[in-house]
Design a binder for this molecule. Structure first.
Ligand SMILES: Cc1cc2nc3c(=O)[nH]c(=O)nc-3n(C[C@H](O)[C@H](O)[C@H](O)COP(=O)(O)OP(=O)(O)OC[C@H]3O[C@@H](n4cnc5c(N)ncnc54)[C@H](O)[C@@H]3O)c2cc1C
Length: 391
C-alpha cells in the first residue's frame, strides 16, 4: 500500500471526506481516506435527498464543478414543488432555475456516494474501507458525519410507477417543528418525516404522513424499505482542534432550518483540504466563516423563528412563498443576513443549542473527559448517527 509522509489523512468517506480527498490529490498530495464501513454511502439506503440551490445566485453544480466534483449524472434538477399547509391546502412553488437537485444516497450504482467514490479513485485517492479511526494524532481532517440527534428523519424508500414530483407538508400533527416530504424521481421514491422534536413518537408521525400523501398525492409504494437517520446542527466557535480540522456534519455544518447538509459538507471538506495543503490549518476557521458562516447563523435564527410558529404561522409562511413569482429568490432572501437576524442570533444560538458538544480533541490522542466520551475516540466501530434499515 502506498504511504507518504506528505499524505493527508481523512476520517470518513462521506461527501465531506471525499471532496477533501479530491482537493488534496488534485493539488499533488496523497490522500488516505479511512472509512469504517465496507463501502461508501452505507449509512443510507437509496433515499432521495436534495442539494439546495438557493443560497447563492450561481448554480450549486457549477460551484461543485469548480471544486472538482462532477455530479451532473447523479443530480436531477427540480424547478417546481407542491406544498401543503396543515389544512391540506395545496400551493405550487416554481422557479426558472432549479430550487434543488435530487440525488440518491447509498451504496448502489448511480448514487451521489458512488459517483464521488468513482471520481476519487480515478483521481488517485486511497480509500481504506473497514478502517475505523480512533486516533489521528498527527492531524488531518475529521469528516465522520453526525454524532448526535438534533433532528431525525425516518421514512421509506420504495419503487413506484408514479410520475416524478416533489411534495412537502408543514403540520405539527404530521411532523412537529419539522416537515414531511415525498420525493419521486425516475421510478424511485422516498417518503419521510423530519422531526426536530418529540422523536419518540416517530412511528405515529410517519403513519400519519403516509396516510396524508396517499390521500393527497397518490402515494403507492412497491418494495418499501424503512430507513432512519440523525443530523447535527451547530455553529461551532471553532472547527479546528490543533492539527485536526472538522468538516461536514462532524463540525455541525448543516442548514439548521431544514437539515440540508450535503452542500456544506462538500464545501467545508474542500476548504479544510485547501488550508492543509497550503500548510495553514489556522486559516480554516476564517475561510469557512467567510464562505458560509453568515448563512449558517441565519439558518439558526430561521430555525428559532420556525420553532416558535404553530400551524397558523406555517400557513402564513406558505402563502408568502406562493405569492412570490420565483421561489428560489424568495428562499435566497430568507437566508440572507440582516441587522435584525444578526441581533437575534445569540439568543437563537442559545435556544437551539446542539445536543452534542462542539468539535473537540477527538482523535488527537488526548485523554480528556470529553475525548473519552466521544464516539470517535472509542475503539469499537462507530454506531452513532447510523441508519437502521427495517428498524
Ligand atoms: C434521512 C436523511 C435525509 C437527509 N436529507 C438531506 C437532504 O435532502 N439534503 C441535504 O443536503 N442533506 C440531507 N441530509 C444530511 C446529509 O445527508 C448530511 O449532512 C451529509 O451526508 C453529511 O456529509 P458528511 O460527509 O459530513 O458525513 P456522512 O455523509 O455521514 O459521512 C461520514 C462518513 O464517515 C464514516 N465514519 C464515521 N466515523 C468514522 C470513524 N471513526 N472512522 C472511519 N470512518 C468513520 C461514516 O461511516 C460515513 O461514511 C439528510 C440526512 C439524513 C440522515
Amino acid at each position: 500500500m502506498r504511504e507518504s509522509r506528505e499524505a493527508i489523512h481523512i476520517v470518513g468517506a462521506g461527501p465531506a471526506g471525499l471532496t477533501a480527498a479530491l482537493t488534496a490529490v488534485r493539488a499533488g498530495r496523497h490522500a488516505v481516506v479511512h472509512e469504517q464501513r465496507p463501502d461508501v454511502g452505507a449509512r443510507f439506503h437509496g433515499d432521495l435527498q436534495g442539494i439546495e440551490n438557493w443560497t447563492t445566485q450561481g448554480d450549486v453544480l457549477n460551484e461543485l464543478a469548480f471544486l472538482g466534483v462532477d455530479l451532473a449524472f447523479a443530480a436531477h434538477p427540480c424547478r417546481e414543488g407542491t406544498f401543503y399547509d396543515p389544512e391540506g391546502r395545496e400551493y405550487t412553488y416554481r422557479s426558472p432555475e432549479p430550487l434543488f437537485y435530487l440525488v440518491r444516497r447509498g451504496r448502489e450504482p448511480g448514487t451521489l456516494d458512488q459517483q464521488l467514490k468513482a471520481q476519487a479513485l480515478s483521481a488517485g485517492v486511497e480509500i481504506r474501507f473497514r478502517d475505523p479511526m480512533t486516533r489521528l494524532p498527527e492531524g488531518g481532517i475529521v469528516a465522520g458525519g453526525p454524532r448526535g440527534p438534533d433532528a431525525i428523519a425516518v421514512g421509506y424508500v420504495f419503487h413506484t410507477e408514479r410520475a416524478d414530483g416533489t411534495f412537502a407538508v408543514l403540520s405539527d400533527r404530521l411532523a412537529p417543528k419539522g416537515y414531511a416530504y415525498l420525493l419521486v424521481s425516475r421510478g424511485r421514491g422516498t417518503v419521510a418525516v423530519c422531526l426536530f422534536d418529540d422523536f419518540h413518537r416517530e412511528r405515529e408521525y410517519l403513519d400519519r404522513t403516509i396516510a396524508f400523501f396517499q390521500a393527497k398525492a397518490g402515494l403507492r409504494m412497491s418494495n418499501p424499505v424503512r430507513f432512519g437517520g440523525t443530523g447535527n446542527v451547530l455553529y461551532p466557535s471553532t472547527a479546528r482542534h490543533g492539527a485536526l480540522l472538522f468538516a461536514g456534519e462532524a463540525a455541525g455544518f448543516q442548514d439548521a432550518l431544514w437539515g440540508f447538509g450535503m452542500r456544506l459538507a462538500m464545501l467545508s471538506g474542500h476548504l479544510a483540504a485547501r488550508v492543509l495543503i497550503a500548510g495553514h490549518p489556522r486559516e480554516y476557521d476564517r475561510l469557512w466563516r467567510r464562505r458560509f458562516g453568515a448563512q449558517l447563523r441565519v439558518s439558526i435564527v430561521n430555525r428559532y423563528a420556525f420553532s416558535k410558529m404553530a400551524d397558523r404561522g406555517y400557513v402564513r409562511l406558505m402563502r408568502s412563498i406562493a405569492k412570490s413569482a420565483d421561489a428560489r429568490q424568495w428562499l435566497r432572501h430568507h437566508y440572507a443576513s440582516s441587522l435584525c437576524k444578526r441581533l437575534v442570533f445569540p439568543l437563537a444560538r442559545r435556544q437551539t443549542r446542539s445536543r452534542r458538544d462542539p468539535p473537540g480533541c477527538a482523535l488527537s490522542g488526548c485523554d480528556c473527559t470529553w475525548c473519552r466520551a466521544h464516539p470517535l475516540s472509542r475503539q469499537e466501530p462507530l454506531q452513532s448517527g447510523s441508519v437502521a434499515s427495517g428498524s
